[in-house]
Design a protein around this ligand. Structure first.
Ligand SMILES: C[S@@+](CC[C@H](N)C(=O)[O-])C[C@H]1O[C@@H](n2cnc3c(N)ncnc32)[C@H](O)[C@@H]1O
Length: 430
């Protein structure tokens, strides 16, 4: 029995390396340094964003110590407060930990960027949350402003905007995405009900010899009163279904483990909100089509989004098991998903047509002189590169946007087929 508890050498080394990496002790002479980058900042694009962010916050600076430190030239209490509260890439300012550094310590996973509730559901193609926080600052959004993501996916922009006190409106054609975004941002308001029904939910999930278990969704409707609690337990079930069908994990074990981790993450969020006295933004996420955004003209202060990368990923097929469990008919859904409609070459044409309509909508709902950020990459289809980035720039410019920044971003990760994507920052000029 004892032996089973011993970790293999690999596991031990990995844990040690990770804990050392994360044991961010503050250095003795940190107070002498103005601004120190977080240890996980490794790429050139991150440094570009860090610099753009400082400029957007009105900071004048010089880089030092192999680009890992900044010396602030126009130091004031106001600028120190701004960086501490809103900055994305910095560990300390004059020896004091930034809010972001403290937020990312609240992490129930082994992945540096899956802190708080970001990790909930293994959605493919998630944004890097740190990058989104920086972009919200770079495009000048402040507490009380409203940012839109018309392809809101797993809700990364939603959670990052909420943390900065920026109001968020999101649409996605996939009902599964809407649940993800809502659970990540709304569970903090119903943690008592979530905890109070956990026992009943778990008892029902065990295989029962004497009577068949109640249908999960029926039980949920009977014992949960708040829609947000229902969404929490719907998503907990879908993660276990995904773990079971993709990774062959035992459904019951996965369910119980994930419910507990989800609750711990929601509590982490509540805890850090109180500790840092965060004033959260309002979040509204609905099922919606980017080709027909249900918002008035000139109504949002900024847009940060990432549409499907041409026909690179079949979002319906990819999340088929979860969508089916929620009661949806996959074939009926395909027609409204961009990048999934049609076959072969015709699929790229339909994609371009759908994206043109989406870009026109982005233009229509954004206020003049404000910014739209589109993160997108060129996918390869049958050995040929599809020039989606160039297409996006050309069409957006034809609508009256100017491209103010184009940042190449490496895609880092073992399982990614694409190597690079672009962060395109557009300004609505007319
Ligand atoms: C690249 S993903 C977005 C990922 C997101 N940035 C994140 O961090 O999770 C693209 C999203 O577009 C959605 N989508 C596809 N067709 C759509 C449409 N017609 N209207 C709105 N969303 C759509 C997909 O469901 C998918 O979630």
């Amino acid at each position: 029995m004892e032996l089973k508890l011993l970790k293999s050498k690999d596991e031990f080394m990995l844990e040690r390396a990770e804990s050392e990496f994360w044991a961010y002790k503050i250095e003795n002479n940190a107070y002498q340094k103005d601004l120190v980058l977080l240890d996980n900042v490794q790429f050139i694009y991150e440094l570009s964003l860090a610099e753009l962010e400082l400029k957007a916050l009105g900071i004048e600076f010089e880089t030092k110590n192999g680009l890992r430190e900044f010396q602030i030239l126009n130091k004031s209490n106001e600028c120190k407060k701004l960086i501490k509260k809103r900055g994305s890439y910095y560990k300390t300012i004059e020896g004091e930990f930034t809010d972001y550094f403290q937020i990312i310590q609240k992490n129930q996973t082994r992945s540096v960027n899956q802190y708080l509730t970001h990790w909930i559901y293994p959605y493919k193609g998630k944004f890097h949350p740190q990058m989104i926080r920086a972009l919200l600052n770079i495009i000048g959004l402040k507490e009380g402003d409203t940012v839109l993501d018309p392809f809101s996916g797993s809700g990364t922009t939603a959670l990052e905007a909420q943390l900065l006190g920026i109001n968020f409106i999101g649409f996605d054609i996939s009902p599964l995405c809407v649940i993800q975004g809502r659970v990540k941002t709304e569970s903090i308001y119903v943690i008592n009900e979530i905890e109070s029904i956990k026992g009943k939910i778990i008892t029902n999930i065990y295989p029962n010899l004497f009577q068949s278990n109640k249908n999960y969704y029926e039980l949920l409707n009977e014992i949960a009163t708040d829609e947000r609690t229902k969404n929490f337990y719907k998503l907990a079930r879908l993660i276990a279904i995904s773990d079971n069908s993709r990774r062959n994990r035992d459904f019951v074990n996965s369910f119980i483990k994930n419910v507990n981790l989800m609750i711990a993450s929601v509590k982490d969020y509540i805890n850090i909100k109180e500790k840092l006295d965060l004033k959260l933004g309002d979040v509204k996420i609905e099922i919606g089509d980017s080709r027909e955004i249900k918002l008035p003209d000139n109504s949002v202060d900024g847009i940060i989004t990432s549409p499907p990368y041409s026909i690179a990923l079949d979002y319906v097929y990819n999340d088929g098991h979860s969508l089916k469990d929620l009661g949806y008919e996959l074939e009926k859904m395909r027609d409204s998903f961009i990048g999934v409609r049609g076959n072969g070459r015709n699929r790229v044409e339909l994609y371009n047509e759908d994206m043109k309509r989406s870009f026109e909508e982005i233009y229509r709902v954004l206020k003049p002189n404000k910014y739209a950020v589109i993160v997108i990459g060129n996918a390869t289809y049958q050995g040929k590169e599809i020039k989606t980035v160039e297409f996006t720039i050309e069409y957006m410019e034809s609508l009256g946007f100017s491209l103010v920044n184009n940042i190449n971003k490496i895609i880092f990760g073992l399982y990614n087929v694409m190597k690079k994507e672009n962060i395109l920052i557009f300004k609505k000029e007319r």
